[in-house]
Design a protein around this ligand. Sequence first.
Ligand code: HEC
Ligand code: HEC
Length: 307
Amino acid sequence: MSDFINNFWSNYVIAATVLSILGCAILLWMTARKRVVGDKDNTTGHVWDEDLREANNPLPLWWVGLFIITIVFAVGYLAFFPGLGSVQGKLGWSSAGEYKAEVEKANAELAPVYARFASAPVEQVAADPAARAIGERLFMNNCAQCHGSDARGSKGFPNLTDNDWLHGGTPDKIIETITMGRVGVMPPMAAAVGSADDVKNVANYVLSLSGSPHDSVRAGLGKAKFAVCAACHGADGGGNQALGAPRLNDNIWLHGYGEAAIIAMVNNGKQNVMPAQNERLTEAQIRVLASYVWGLSHNATTASAKP
Ligand code: HEC
Ligand code: HEC
C-alpha cells in the first residue's frame, strides 16, 4: 500500500526498476556476443608497459552465468515480494504484517502470564509483585517518555503519583484514560474575562484560592470575573473531573505556577492530549498498567491483605 495520494512515484519507481533490469540484460547480451576479431592474434591493439596487451575475449562463462542468475533472481523476487513501486507481490508479505504477526504471537505466548490478573480487582493486582514488575516495564516502554521514568511528570504532563487527578483516579477511570486517551481543552478566555487588567485580576484571584502569594486588592476585583471559569473549574476552584478541568485551589500546577503562567493560560487556552493506547497495548496489558499507576498513589500492599 502506498501512502502517496496518486501513483506517480510508484510508477516512477516501477519504471526505474524495470529499466535497470532491462539495461543489465541488454548490456550482458551486447558484451557476451562473440567479438569480430580485430587483430590476427585476438588483441585489441592496445599495448602497455612494452608488452602488456589487451586480449579481445568474450566474457568468462561463470561470470555471465552469475549475471543471468542475478537478473532471474531479481525478476522472481519482484514477482513474489513488494519492491516494484507499490505492487505487493504474489506472497502478500509486508514488514508491517510480519511485525503484527510477531506481536500477536508474543501476546498469545504471554496470555497465560496475564490470565491471573485479568479477573482480579485492580487493587489486588497492584499489590502483586510480579504484576508490579511487569507494569513498571510497560510503563518504562510506553509512558515514561511523557510522564517521566518516576511517573512524576513535568510541565504539561501530569504527575501520576500525587493522587491529584484531572480525569479521576479510580481504577475504572485510569483504565478508561489509558485505553481511550484524553484531551484536556481549555479555550482561550481573555475575551470573556475582559481587559488585560481584568485577566491579571482574575489570575490573582486564582492564586488566592490556593493561598499562594497574590495581590489581594486585585484578587478581590477578579473574584466576580471568575464566574466564567467556574463553569469548568467549579465555583470554589475545586475542578471537574468529567471535563478534565484541574483543581485550582491546591498547589499542584500542570502548566506552571504563578501569575504569568495563569495569565498565559487565560489568554491562550490549552489543548493537551493523552494518546489512546488501545491500538498498541492489549486489554490485559492496560489492566496491569492501570494497576501499576493506581499503586503509585495508593498503598497497594495493604489492599492486598484482603482476600
Ligand atoms: C505523548 C505523551 C504521553 C504518553 C506516551 C502517555 N501519556 Fe498519559 N498523559 C499525557 C498527557 C498530556 C496527559 C494529560 C491530559 C490532559 O491534560 O487532560 C496524560 C494523562 C494521563 C493520565 C490521567 C491523569 C489524571 O490526572 O487524570 C493517566 C492515568 C495517564 N496519562 C497514564 C498514562 C499511561 C499509563 C501511559 C503509558 C501507557 C501514558 N499515560 C502515556 C501524555 C502522555
Ligand atoms: C471550558 C472549560 C474551561 C473554562 C471555561 C476554563 N478552563 Fe481553565 N482549564 C480547563 C481545562 C480542561 C484545563 C486543563 C488543560 C489540560 O488538560 O492541560 C484548564 C487549565 C487551567 C489552568 C492550569 C492549571 C494548572 O494546574 O496548571 C488554569 C490556571 C486555568 N485553567 C485557569 C482558568 C481561568 C482563570 C479560567 C477563567 C478565566 C478558566 N481556566 C476557564 C478548562 C476550562
